[in-house]
Design a protein around this ligand. Structure first.
Ligand code: 5AD
Length: 370
């Protein structure tokens, strides 16, 4: 074990990212404190087994003391595979003529939500491509779910106007997931057609201002991404004090411009996950579907490196294959009937208790508002 490793681990764990973010607000990324970028890159590069073990152990300890030794569940519903966007990495992009498009009816969404409720899970995450669904349509569904169940509603339907976000919040939505994908303007532009990181950040600003419990994140290993980019994304995320942070390896999809690119590295993903825990001590961090979809299911490993959420898929089985963001998605074979055994098994292996509560944000800002 290198002495410098222990010192770096300590510096990153105790750094005040929120104050740093305020200091560099509206300035370019070159103003970012270089020492902390270097420290994070140093940790990201860990390949030595002893050092990795220590990094993950520290992350898991922070999770246990700040969030409890628990694994919480969120039921995922993929409500539409239509998308007007054309992100170069995503299989749902509008230019993919081979993508199979579907949209669940309000009744189907309510039926699936009932299944989630019956399974004992108290959060439904409604995710879709950017399908321009009328805000009112989704608002009615949100209201209906809220009137039937004491359940948290998370939305993950992309970039929309402040007005739409407000409409859904007023209807009863509690949480919103919108990954930054990359906080670096140039890399963001290389990953997305006709979109800017500024708009993305504005959406995140709107969501946080409206009082959503907000989640963000990024992929590890997208083409053009360096360790410096990852370090700066981690700094960006920690600085904004998100309630939830989700990351996962990039997996090339054959019908996208990035079809020949390499899959994101799992060690790098685990290192990034652990650093995100060190820097977002009481946030909810999912072991995402993407980490379960590689040559082996790495969700337990990622839980051991600081994650504490699993999002089992409750979309109707006949549409799951159609929601193909990337190939080989884990959930496609997962059956709803077997999910409890599987969740118990994952929690057991990760040394965590299964928690069926709503598990709202653990951040002070959230409790000040309610
Ligand atoms: N591989 C891994 N993750 C992907 N996502 C989109 N496409 C891919 C891919 N090819 C992620 C994005 C998006 C989330 C819903 O899925 O980060 O925000």
């Amino acid at each position: 074990m290198r002495k410098s490793f222990l010192k770096t681990l300590e510096r990153v764990s105790t750094y005040d990212f929120v104050t740093h973010a305020k200091k560099i607000k509206n300035k370019t990324f070159s103003d970012t404190d270089k020492t902390i970028v270097d420290d994070i890159v140093f940790l990201l590069k860990s390949t030595n087994l002893d050092e990795r073990f220590l990094l993950y152990k520290k992350a898991a300890q922070i999770r246990d003391t700040q969030c409890g030794k628990r694994m919480v569940l969120r039921g995922l519903l993929e409500i539409s595979s239509y998308c007007n966007n054309s992100c170069y990495y995503c299989g749902l992009n509008r230019k993919n003529q081979k993508a199979q498009r579907y949209k669940l009816s309000a009744q189907q969404i309510l039926d699936c939500t009932d299944t989630i409720w019956q399974a004992g899970i108290k959060t439904v995450v409604m995710q879709s491509g950017e399908d321009a669904m009328p805000a009112q349509e989704l608002a009615s569904i949100i209201k209906e779910i809220k009137s039937r169940y004491d359940m948290a509603i998370t939305l993950s339907v992309g970039e929309r106007s402040q007005k739409d976000y407000e409409c859904w919040k007023n209807a009863g939505a509690d949480r919103y997931l919108l990954r930054i994908e990359s906080s670096d303007p140039a890399l963001y532009a290389r990953l997305h057609a006709d979109r800017t990181v500024q708009t993305r950040i504005r959406c995140l600003d709107n969501l946080q201002e409206l009082g959503y419990q907000t989640g963000s994140g990024f992929m590890v290993g997208v083409p053009g991404q360096t360790l410096n980019h990852i370090a700066k994304d981690i700094i960006f995320i920690a600085g904004r004090n998100f309630d939830m942070v989700g990351i996962g390896p990039f997996i090339p999809h054959p019908q996208t411009p990035f079809k020949d690119a390499k899959t994101g590295d799992i060690t790098l993903t685990m290192n990034a996950e652990a650093i995100i825990r060190l820097t977002n001590k009481n946030a909810w961090l999912p072991a995402t579907t993407a980490v379960g979809s590689l040559e082996k299911d790495y969700r337990v490993d990622v839980l051991k490196a600081g994650a504490n959420v699993i999002m089992p898929n409750f979309s109707p089985t006949n549409v799951r294959k159609k929601y193909a963001i990337y190939p080989g998605k884990k959930c496609i074979q997962e059956s709803i009937e077997n999910y409890k055994t599987e969740m118990n098994d994952i929690a057991d292996k990760a040394g965590l208790f299964l928690d069926y509560s709503k598990a709202d944000s653990l951040k002070e800002a959230y409790y000040k508002k309610i």
